[in-house]
Design a protein around this ligand. Sequence first.
Ligand code: GLT
Ligand code: MN
Ligand code: MN
Length: 387
Amino acid sequence: MAYEPKPEHKFTFGLWTVGNVGRDPFGLPTRPPLEPDYIVYKLAEIGAYGVNLHDNDLIPVEATEAERERILKRFKKALQDTGLVVPMATTNLFGDPAFKDGAFTSPDARVRAYALQKTMRAMDLGAELGAKTYVFWGGREGAEVDAGGNVLDALAHYREALNFLAEYSEDQGYGYRFALEPKPNEPRGDIYLPVVGAALGFIATLDKPHLFGLNPEVAHETMAGLNFVHAVAQAIDAGKLFHIDLNDQKMGRFDQDLRFGAENLKTAFFLVKLLEDSGYDGPRHFDAHALRTEDEAGVWEFAKGCMRTYLILKEKAERFGRDREIQDLIGAYKVQDEALARLTAKYSRENARALKGLEFDREALGRRGPGLERLDQLTVELLLGVR
Ligand code: GLT
Ligand code: MN
Ligand code: MN
């Protein structure tokens, strides 16, 4: 069957995504909760590769040791029965009122210590389930007011926590790679490390930067009005695309976490093309949820839709690569000049001298039309299915 998701496509969902009960700041849940092992069986049925989780998506924070074991046993059985894997794990450092003013960045040393303890335990859980990527989404790491003078302290605390946890992972032999997930705001008024570029800059200040990369999310850069494809390209360029959260979003809204491709089809297309062309081989994780209007049937329609749209866009990207007219236009757009390229590729005194002596026809350069209108129209037509 065309566009049928299979485990080899590496599609993953969080327990919190298909398990989302449709609560929002103004309204109560609209769907009953789904058991974690039930989610595993359903995800396997629709062709997913894996399931990701926060510690408390699986083990309630107040669970006893015996309850923990019982839940884990059922969950592991479901994984075994289905072959689903847990590639990524993370910590809920945002739901508990203890974290209302930050977790790793809280001004309260007790909160920071508790956040570290909770994260180490969640890392133990993730490792037990085979996770190799560990995500840090600092939802509460931010502020509404700056009167506490906390920003520089907060960044120092953040660094201290990430350094501590990287050592813990190595000490335990977990082999985690850590992926920071930026978001500009919500739930905090302003979240620290708000966008991909900020996180990349921060990683360079850590003790073990090679262990840290990015988990960019479509909705988050879009909320900030930024070009998500460019952000992902920068993460790839830096060797830092460790994971990705796919969904969709209208610009300038609250975090909508819409079905992948539901809103900005052209962006979704260039994103899929970028991921496929770049050889990214990590999970394609859908961090999204069904509309609050939906019942459980709508939830599985939502999940199937995310994967199907990805596969359709992947096929479109291949078609784009094979389309002669499109490829000729791109060829003409990228003007090549070998002699000049040799001069500009690397600095030498000779190259600099030769370059300074050249004459350029500025006006001709300015007059040239690069053909982008035609190229973009052909892209649109390809997406609309008429070529
Ligand atoms: C939360 C958030 C997501 C993060 C998850 C990981 S939880 O739902 O909105 O963007 O990826 O902590
Ligand atoms: Mn989101
Ligand atoms: Mn996310």
